[in-house]
Design a protein around this ligand. Structure first.
Ligand SMILES: NC(=O)c1ccc[n+]([C@@H]2O[C@H](COP(=O)([O-])OP(=O)(O)OC[C@H]3O[C@@H](n4cnc5c(N)ncnc54)[C@H](OP(=O)(O)O)[C@@H]3O)[C@@H](O)[C@H]2O)c1
Length: 271
């Protein structure tokens, strides 16, 4: 595989750098990081032998593989720098939220471009990344993108870019929905008499155990839920209450609101 250049080594960029080294995509010495100011992540990588540059323009010659992990507001400046060192063999993978393929194509007309939406559990390599390419991406480049993005967890490709907005509403924002449920479980536990530490443990361990069970079991979520719910039992009382308030529908409407907002944020800004 080509030697990757990672532009932007903050929270997400450093996660990706660690994951691709750990999973053997490249060695620390084969990775180049471009980062404006030295930080704890670049220092750690430098100690392992990674080359760290301040500007993309310091690279000589065109690059084969560039991963862009700067904040969306820095995208324009960074893409202009990258544009000077790419050709139609270059694969550019962007993980910048809300930066569309159209915007990336306008900045990097020759490149093979992949836009990806990761989520925060990527930090512990249990992330979910969904990605989409422009018309120029070769089969080989898709294989490379799949192997790079799955170092942070699971990854899959979608054909239509609108599905990146859909993934934003589900897996991108999803961790926040789960943390919201954790907050409710914790507050509920305290209301029922547990102290804060016990309530924390009850919420966290219930979520961890349930999601691991869901992942390991062949049963659907509905079936697993049915198995916890005995007739006239305690769980049924709670789920009857949720249903009477239309909770599932409210949640789905929330996911749709996130999806719509993602589409809105991706639209070109009017002056
Ligand atoms: N964090 C998440 O969970 C998450 C999830 C999905 C997508 N994303 C996307 O991931 C991207 C990175 O997010 P983040 O949280 O990792 O941001 P971050 O911590 O701010 O990292 C971005 C890094 O890029 C550096 N940078 C800015 N301009 C640069 C330039 N011209 N050349 C080289 N480096 C430059 C920044 O330096 P300075 O700080 O000095 O400006 C910063 O260290 C964002 O586009 C975000 O939308 C993040």
């Amino acid at each position: 595989m080509s030697k990757p250049v990672l532009v932007g080594c903050g929270n997400m960029g450093s996660v990706l750098a660690d994951a691709i080294i750990e999973k053997g995509i490249c060695s620390a010495k084969e990775l180049t990081v471009v980062e404006k100011y030295s930080n704890q992540y670049t220092q750690r990588l430098q100690e392992k032998g990674t080359r760290v540059l301040e500007h993309f323009s310091e690279l000589s010659g065109n690059q084969d593989l560039v991963i862009v992990a700067v904040k969306p507001q820095d995208s324009s400046e960074v893409l202009d720098e990258i544009a000077t060192r790419i050709d139609d063999n270059t694969l550019v993978i962007s993980i910048m939220a809300g930066i569309t393929l159209e915007f990336l194509k306008n900045k990097l007309p020759d490149a093979q471009i992949i836009r990806c939406m990761p989520n925060t559990p990527c930090a512990i390599q249990l992330g979910m990344a969904v990605y989409c390419g422009n018309g120029r991406v070769s089969d080989k480049s898709y294989v490379i993108a799949q192997s790079i993005l799955s170092t942070m967890g699971k990854a899959f490709r979608v054909e239509k870019e609108i599905m990146i907005d859909a993934a934003t509403g589900i897996s991108g924002s999803g961790p926040a929905y789960v943390f919201y449920l954790a907050e409710a479980l914790k507050e509920g536990a305290i209301k029922l008499g547990f102290d804060e530490e016990q309530a924390d443990l009850l919420a966290t361990q219930t979520l961890l155990g349930s999601s691991t069970l869901l992942q390991q079991s062949e049963d659907s979520p509905e079936e697993l839920r049915r198995k916890v719910t005995s007739p006239n039992g305690t769980t049924l009382e709670a789920t009857k209450h949720f249903d009477s308030k239309g909770l599932k529908q409210i949640l789905i409407e929330g996911f749709e609101a996130a999806y719509n907002r993602s589409i809105e944020l991706g639209k070109p800004k009017e002056n």
